[in-house]
Ligand binder design. Structure first.
Ligand code: ADP
Length: 664
């Protein structure tokens, strides 16, 4: 068995070792085999042809003999008569007629006394032969003697007959006391022979037929079957001696088709052998090609695996591969690092995963996963919590790509698990901070509401009572008391302003849904109208550039311009003509505006400070104010996604710049 196996392997290895040689060998073997086959067929065809020639010869021979047999029987019958009847010459007409009637192929019958023709039937047309001595004629005597020597029938000729025509003459010697008494003879014309023997040459037939004889007188070979066919026969030749006349009957195939008939087959077989060789070459190449392909693919797989390994290392995510048919899950090393579990049979099973999902998330996760798998979706994503080995919970985001079979059933899922615990924690913190901010805002609003109502009420009472006091008792009070009353009135007024400013600040709110398109030119124009008294009074020159439209909330934007323009008017120099320039332009995703004045300016160290709540730089006696204006401006700008700052030179002027997010 082992030997057989070795042999098989050896052949297999040889076969695939050199495909080209294998192809050639198979071609040569196949060609040899098919040529041998063709040769065998050729031989078979040759022998069939030979059989055909022999058959034809046999057929012709039989035909010829049956014609000759007529002559033999006729000549022998006459011989019998000649031996047994005294004078047959007298009765020759009767005898000859009877014999010819029973041997229809015989044309003429003669009786020769010794060598001289003494009787002939039919006489008509044959008269000339009477008295002709065949033994005396050197052209005939040899063949006559042949019959005498044989003591049997012998056919001579074909010869030109005395009475005309060509025929063969069959002679039978009659002996009396061992001495030649005479001869019985018959003549069969050649036409009769050819007809009866079917020896006529057929120029269109396959065979050349010859009836030959060596002329005893000339010793030359003569052929008696005339033929128009000049072609030389080359096929198989079969001959048969016809002893009774020293003839040779031969049949030859004009042209052998044994070779030509097989040529096309040979050609086909050559092509076939070549095809078989080619096929063998292709087949022999297959193992090598297959090996190469396998090697390439193995290399690709190895590379892909390596790439996958590296990718799983490169990412901090857990890469997993879940085979839904076996429920087995491959998890990258990060899984064990991320959650602290051991890699074992339990963790390799998908069911393990289900056991560590937070009970509050479990239903949601499994429902969502099952729904996604049932659908034709290709991706699944879910955020949930899973238990670590130390019983704490991690927030994760799990994403998977679903592979499906032909009918769309899920068979495999490949995905990544990302630990988002830190982000989640930060989110929760932000949420909590936002919540407390919202609470504080709410409280502030409540406070502002209370302040606007509850604080203003007693304030109004103070200022009105102070006014009453001033009105009714100012003349009774001394100058100091009146001054105090004025201080109190002034104080309550400023407190009212402060409350109003604080209220305004707290009320500034922003909601993206309330954004509207604002024509900044018009808005600035209306602000300038509001301030027209002050502008006139201060003799200020206002330059307004063409301003871009703003997507924002109108009231806060108006307050913004109002405060900045108001400050420029307020913090002007008394000795210089006030010039205020308002500009705006689109800067990528932002709109940038500026309000520039040539007022008193701000010291460098306060450029940031002045934007704080209640922060002011200049003495309120000279420049009244609450320090809330710029704080409100900053709140408005911030809510519109921008920022505000100031560039200033003390004593030369200030340029307030702010940006707004370009929502348009
Ligand atoms: P106020 O009610 O005091 O004007 P603001 O918040 O509007 O409060 O301004 C804060 C401080 O910034 C002012 O007190 C002033 O000192 C300074 N300031 C504001 N605008 C200008 C300006 N255009 N020129 C000079 N100083 C200014």
């Amino acid at each position: 068995m082992a030997l057989l196996e070795n042999l098989k392997n050896w052949v297999k290895n040889r076969f695939s070792a050199n495909p080209r040689n294998t192809g050639w060998i198979v071609f040569i073997l196949s060609l040899t085999l098919s040529m041998y086959l063709s040769y065998t067929e050729y031989k078979l065809r040759l022998s069939i042809e030979r059989e055909e020639v022999l058959f034809k010869l046999n057929e012709l021979e039989n035909n010829l003999y049956s014609a000759l047999n007529n002559g033999v029987s006729a000549v022998k019958t006459l011989g019998f008569f000649a031996q047994n009847q005294e004078n047959i010459v007298d009765d020759f007409d009767k005898i000859g007629k009877g014999i010819l009637e029973s041997n229809p192929l015989v044309d003429v019958i003669q009786y020769l006394d010794s060598g001289t023709i003494v009787a002939v039937y039919p006489l008509a047309g044959n008269e000339t032969v009477i008295g002709y001595n065949v033994l005396a004629d050197p052209t005939t005597n040899k063949e006559v003697m042949e019959a005498v020597l044989r003591k049997d029938v012998f056919f001579s000729g074909p010869i030109h007959l005395k009475q005309g025509g060509v025929g063969i003459v069959g002679r039978y010697p009659i002996f009396e006391n061992e001495k030649l008494k005479g001869l019985s003879a018959i003549i069969i014309y050649m036409e009769t022979i050819f007809e009866a023997g079917k020896l006529n040459d057929d120029p269109d037939g396959d065979f050349t037929i010859k009836l030959t004889k060596i002329n005893p007188n000339t010793r030359e070979l003569e052929n008696y079957i005339p033929s128009d066919d000049k072609s030389i026969a080359t096929g198989f030749l079969a001959s048969s001696p016809i002893d009774i006349g020293n003839w040779t009957l031969s049949v030859q195939l004009k042209k052998s088709k044994a070779f030509s008939a097989g040529l096309f087959t040979v050609f086909l077989r050559f092509i076939l052998s070549f095809a078989v060789g080619y096929l063998a070459w292709i087949l022999a190449r297959q193992p090598a090609l297959l090996r190469k392909k396998v090697e390439e693919q193995s290399k690709e797989i190895l590379e892909a695996n390596e790439r996958f390994e590296l990718a799983t290392k490169a990412t901090s995510d857990v890469i997993w591969d879940w085979d839904l048919t076996s429920n087995k899950v491959f998890r990258s090393a990060h899984f064990f690092k991320m959650f602290g579990y051991q890699m074992d049979e339990r963790t390799k099973n998908h069911d393990f995963w289900k056991t560590i999902i937070h009970p509050e998330d479990a239903v949601k996760v499994s429902e969502n996963l099952e729904k996604t798998l049932r659908s034709d979706a290709q991706f699944w994503e879910q955020e949930f919590r899973v238990k670590r080995a130390d019983d704490t919970y991690a927030y994760i985001i799990d994403k998977g790509y679903i592979q499906r079979d032909d009918i769309g059933a899920p068979i495999r899922m490949i995905g990544a698990t990302q630990d988002i615990s830190k982000r989640k924690k930060a989110e929760i913190q932000v949420m909590e901070a936002n919540q407390s901010l919202a609470n504080a805002n709410e409280e502030l609003k409540v406070f502002a509401f209370l302040a606007s109502h509850d604080l203003r009420e007693p304030l109004r009472m103070i200022s009105s009572f102070m006014s009453l006091l001033e009105k009714k008792y100012s003349k009774d009070l001394d100058a100091k008391a009146n001054q105090y009353i004025n201080f109190a009135i002034d104080g309550s007024k400023r407190l009212t302003t402060l409350i109003n400013d604080l209220l305004e600040y707290s009320k500034v709110g922003f909601h993206p849904n309330s954004l509207e398109k604002i024509n900044a030119n018009e808005l600035v124009k209306s602000v300038l109208e509001l301030k027209s008294d002050l502008i006139r009074e201060s003799n200020a020159k206002i330059i307004v550039d063409d301003l871009p439209a703003i997507m924002g909330i109108k009231t806060p934007i108006q307050i913004l311009f109002q405060n900045l323009i108001g400050n420029s008017l307020k913090y002007r120099k008394t000795d210089t003509e006030l010039i205020i320039k308002i500009s705006g332009r689109v800067e990528n995703d932002f709109l940038e505006f500026s309000v520039e004045d040539n007022g008193i300016g701000i010291e460098g160290e306060y450029l940031e400070f002045i934007f704080g709540i209640l922060n002011r730089v200049h003495p309120k006696e000279k420049y009244p104010g609450t320090g809330m204006g710029l704080a409100t401006c900053r709140k408005i700008v911030t809510q519109h996604g921008g920022k505000i700052w100031v560039e200033s030179t003390l004593g030369a002027g200030s340029k307030f710049l702010f940006t707004l997010k370009n929502y348009g």
